[in-house]
Design a protein around this ligand. Structure first.
Ligand code: LRH
Ligand code: MN
Ligand code: MN
Length: 426
């Protein structure tokens, strides 16, 4: 199923009058504060977030999985779903593949379908946290950190292979996330596990094309519940530094212990030019992979405030690879992704409203109250009319969720694919 521009344009018509009133109000409000709303609209229009190939079906939990119906059962159907998202939002312009879950069978066909939806290939993700069907050796006790040479080698070769697959599609980066760790004290030697991981990552890094980047993702726990080899940003930074200039840290919002100051981590990594990738989601307890902005929207805004500051001030930090990393247990995955994209853009637009010069001056004066006022004034501004305008200008939907429902997208997908198709992935 493909959504045509014409269908969106005709549904936009009914929203146009109300939108114009709201946009005028928002632009005037910003104007009175000396902010150029049109410049913000342009930045929102340019902002693209990768959709992971594993987020288009119902994820489920270890207790069960409830199918949503009409799920994509192969890579091409997944690209079609991202095409729907991109047509509606103009923000989902790339896909992040998980190999081997979504290894292309016919590269030309895959590229053609992606191109027909204006979708590019973002970071490719390796997977050494599961044993694959025909795998000779098991990752039960670790992959890149394993105490056995042959197992480490199999995992290294897999990562090199994933990069080769990505190269054929036009990807420029590899994301490595390791489940490696221990579930019980004494199970593994911390120093050896870390040293093995460092050596393995260096082997992979050495084989990456020169215009590629490597992103090293960290996570404190799960699936191992006593220790994880790459547990935090410090470990990730240390490993990235030892690999080289093209290795970076990847921050996944769900990969922090409760109350961690993620915005400070972002600031620190950007100062050092070492923040490369970003996985969006939200959580209440752990790596819940909930819809972005569903639980802690102010924290997301504070994180974006540091990202915006870093993008303006840390020329040594590369452009970031943005991706949604969420799982869908009870919602329609496409509706959930529309909500996540909206939350990301809201936080981004609000962060763009922060008057950095006034904030610096207030910080210099130690005017703590004013500092807080500046941030909260931006956070409490309704930027949704700017988002709507950015979509309208890009021929996307003023209200993507409403158009999705008006066009009966899910019903159409169920008719086409059936009620119990299953997407590969988590
Ligand atoms: C691990 C993770 C990582 C994986 C994805 C499926 O929790 O965040 O990014 O690749 O989930
Ligand atoms: Mn992640
Ligand atoms: Mn995760």
């Amino acid at each position: 199923m493909k959504i045509e521009k014409q269908q969106i344009a005709s549904l936009n018509k009914s929203k146009k009058a109300e939108h114009t009133v709201q946009l005028d109000f928002a632009l005037n409000q910003l104007n009175s504060k000396g902010i150029d709303g049109h410049a913000i609209i342009q930045k929102i229009k340019d902002f693209q977030v990768a959709i992971p190939s594993w987020a288009l079906g119902a994820g489920g939990t270890r207790f069960g999985r409830f199918s949503y119906g009409g799920e994509p059962s192969n890579l091409h159907e997944k690209l079609d779903d991202i095409g729907i998202l991109h047509a509606l939002t103009n923000t989902a312009g790339s896909v992040s593949l998980h190999i081997p879950w979504d290894t292309p069978e016919d590269y030309d066909a895959t590229k053609q379908i992606a191109a027909s939806h204006n979708i590019t290939f973002d970071a490719v993700n390796s997977n050494t946290f599961q044993d694959q069907k025909d795998a000779k050796l098991s990752y039960k006790f670790g992959s890149l950190s394993n105490s056995e040479d042959a197992i480490r080698n199999q995992a290294i070769q897999h990562n090199i292979e994933v990069a080769k697959i990505g190269e054929k599609l036009g990807s420029k980066s590899l994301t490595v996330w390791l489940a490696d760790g221990a579930t019980f004290p004494g199970q593994s030697n911390f120093q050896k596990a870390l040293q093995n991981t460092e050596n393995s990552l260096k082997e992979i890094y050495k084989e990456l094309p020169l215009d590629w980047r490597m992103f090293i993702e960290y996570k404190p726990y799960e699936p191992n519940f006593y220790s994880t080899v790459i547990q935090d940003w410090g470990t990730s930074l240390m490993l990235a530094n030892s690999c080289g200039d093209r290795a970076f840290c990847l921050v996944d919002l769900g990969h922090h212990l409760p109350n961690t100051n993620i915005e400070q981590i972002v600031a620190t990594l950007m100062l050092k030019g070492k923040l490369g990738g970003f996985h969006f989601n939200d959580s209440k307890y752990g790596d819940d992979d909930l819809t972005v902005g569903a639980i802690k929207p102010y924290a997301l805004f504070l994180i974006f405030n540091e990202l915006v500051y870093g993008m303006a001030n840390n020329a040594n930090n590369p452009d970031l690879a943005w991706m949604i990393d969420a799982s869908h247990n009870i919602k329609d995955p496409l509706e959930d992704l529309i909500q996540s994209l909206e939350a990301i853009l809201i936080a981004y637009a609000q962060a763009l409203l922060v008057d950095q010069d006034t904030l610096r001056a207030a910080q210099q004066d130690h005017d703590v109250v004013k500092c807080q006022e500046i941030l909260q004034d931006a956070y409490r501004t309704d930027v949704r009319p700017l988002l709507k305008e950015s979509r309208l200008q890009a021929d996307a939907a003023i209200d993507p969720l409403a158009v999705y429902r008006d066009l009966n997208v899910r019903e159409n997908l169920i008719n086409k694919r059936g009620n119990d198709s299953i997407a590969s992935g988590l």
